[in-house]
Structure formats: C-alpha cells, structure tokens
Unconditional design. Structure first.
Length: 94
C-alpha cells in the first residue's frame, strides 16, 4: 500500500515537473520588456535571472521548482508548510 502511494506521488511530481518545464537561455537583457514601475514590494530578477519583474507580495505564492512561482519582495521570505506536499511556498514577513 505504501509503495503504491509513493509511486503515485512520483508520477504526479513527474507530470507537474514536465508541465512546468523551463528553458533559460543566455540572458540578453535587450530582449527584456521595460522594467515594471508599479510594483508594491519592488522588483526582482525573473526565474532565469535575466529580466526584472514585480516581486511577490505578502501571502502570494512563491518559490517552487525551479523558482517558477517567483521571488518575494523586500522584507519577505518564501515559507513552505512543513509536512505538506506542495510545489510552492507563500511569501511571509521575514
């Protein structure tokens, strides 16, 4: 029974990972859109570390593999619930 559950979890993770596949090529900042100007908690580099995007605010999803849900803004940190199988965290005050 436990091995069947583990197998199902592995299969689920594989499916989610493949649908969230990411391809980061060499960063050419000239290809980035203009930096956003109306970000309540500031800007951060995108998941590829190239272009500026709005940072995630408090209680927004963050992290994930490989950071696909984004990074938290200044004074916040990405918190993952213990003992819960989730693929992202939530931005909370640091």
């Amino acid at each position: 029974m436990a091995s069947k559950l583990c197998l199902n979890i592995v299969i689920l993770f594989a499916i989610i990972s493949s649908t969230m596949a990411l391809s980061c090529r060499f960063c050419d900042s000239s290809q980035c859109p203009p930096p956003p100007t109306n970000c309540p908690v500031g800007t951060v580099r995108d998941v590829c570390g190239c272009c500026l995007v709005c940072a995630k605010a408090e209680n927004e999803p963050c992290g994930g593999f490989p950071g696909i849900f984004g990074k938290c803004g200044k004074g916040l940190k990405c918190v993952y619930e213990p003992n819960v199988i989730v693929f992202h965290g939530i931005c909370k005050k640091a």
